[in-house]
Design a protein. Structure first.
Length: 306
């Protein structure tokens, strides 16, 4: 007899036993990941090149494997959080990966992600690459806002999504296995550019009767107001329209840049964090002043690709 009563998907999901998995790599990030899976009740087999690091996790319920092959054999889902791509290749060299689902959370480049996906598929495994947008202290803390980019096999991601979301949020960004790393590096590159500007700002006031703690809220407020540039640049790069609705054109921006440089010189501050971007804007303008003088500064982005 068929039961036509409405089903509660969340109740079904919550009643399912936590899936087992294997984790290779117990650095700070790997250990943080391991602890969240253990706390959620997932049977966990771990391996680390330095075996002693597994001790505390074994005390918390993990099973330590003596070899990478032993860890891989313990579960269908295998998570890698090693030093680099070469470490992944070395750890899994000669290991039978047939039927395994590999999730690589090792920091790497887009090209390494794509190559490792082809490598895994040739060995009978499904593969997903990941880019962790969190520090170890953010893992297992939902309110911290950390998440992981994933790309590669959509089937693998859908199969294991619930498990992958235990340590941090999961965002699938495409079937191209290089896209997780590309998103990761794009965001980190923007972060370091932001840090560079903030560092230059603080250097300017050193030695003056201006406390960093007094400049701090002004910096936060100003940078928040300038956040519009993110969406503005995306729209202009999409439409290739760099002139409509421009308030402060490139010619004006380049002219004003001289004040920034002279102020840095007066304050005895190096311009090494500031000059590259100012030079990029200047190069865009001098290429054709008549065509580019009224442009938004987003047009300078087009010069970055050779």
């Amino acid at each position: 007899m068929t039961d036509n009563a409405p089903q509660n998907p969340s109740a079904t999901a919550s009643s399912a036993a936590p899936a087992p998995l294997a984790l290779l790599g117990l650095g700070d990030m790997g250990t943080a990941l391991a602890r969240t899976w253990l706390a959620a009740g997932h049977p966990l087999t771990v391996w680390n090149r330095t075996g002693a690091k597994a001790g505390p996790l074994v005390a918390e319920g993990a099973v330590a494997a003596a070899t990478p092959a032993g860890a891989v054999a313990a579960a269908r889902l295998v998570v890698l959080c090693l030093l680099d791509d070469a470490s992944v290749g070395a750890a899994l060299d000669g290991v039978d990966l047939t039927g395994k689902d590999l999730v690589n959370l090792t920091t790497g480049t887009p090209a390494e992600g794509r190559a490792r996906a082809a490598w895994a598929e040739a060995r009978g495994a499904r593969f997903v690459d990941g880019g962790i947008m969190a520090t170890p202290t953010m893992i297992g803390v939902p309110e911290a806002g950390g998440y992981v980019f994933y790309s590669g096999s959509r089937g693998l991601f859908d199969t294991h999504r619930a498990t992958l979301e235990v340590p941090a949020g999961a965002r699938f960004v495409g079937a191209d296995a290089g896209y997780a790393a590309l998103h990761d590096v794009a965001l980190l590159s923007a972060m370091y550019g932001l840090f560079a500007g903030i560092s230059h700002a603080y250097a300017l006031i050193e030695g003056e009767d201006i406390a960093p703690k007094d400049l701090s809220p002004l910096l936060s407020e100003w940078l928040g107001a300038m956040g519009f540039f993110v969406g503005n640049a995306a729209e202009r790069l999409t439409t290739r329209d760099f002139t409509t609705g421009v308030v402060s054109g490139l010619a004006m921006q380049v002219a004003a840049a001289g004040t920034l440089l002279r102020t840095a010189e007066e304050q005895g501050v190096s311009t090494e964090l500031l000059s590259p971007y100012l030079e990029l804007m200047k190069r865009r303008l001098t290429g054709d002043p008549a065509a580019h003088g009224g442009e938004d500064t987003a047009g300078a982005i087009t010069l970055l690709r050779a």
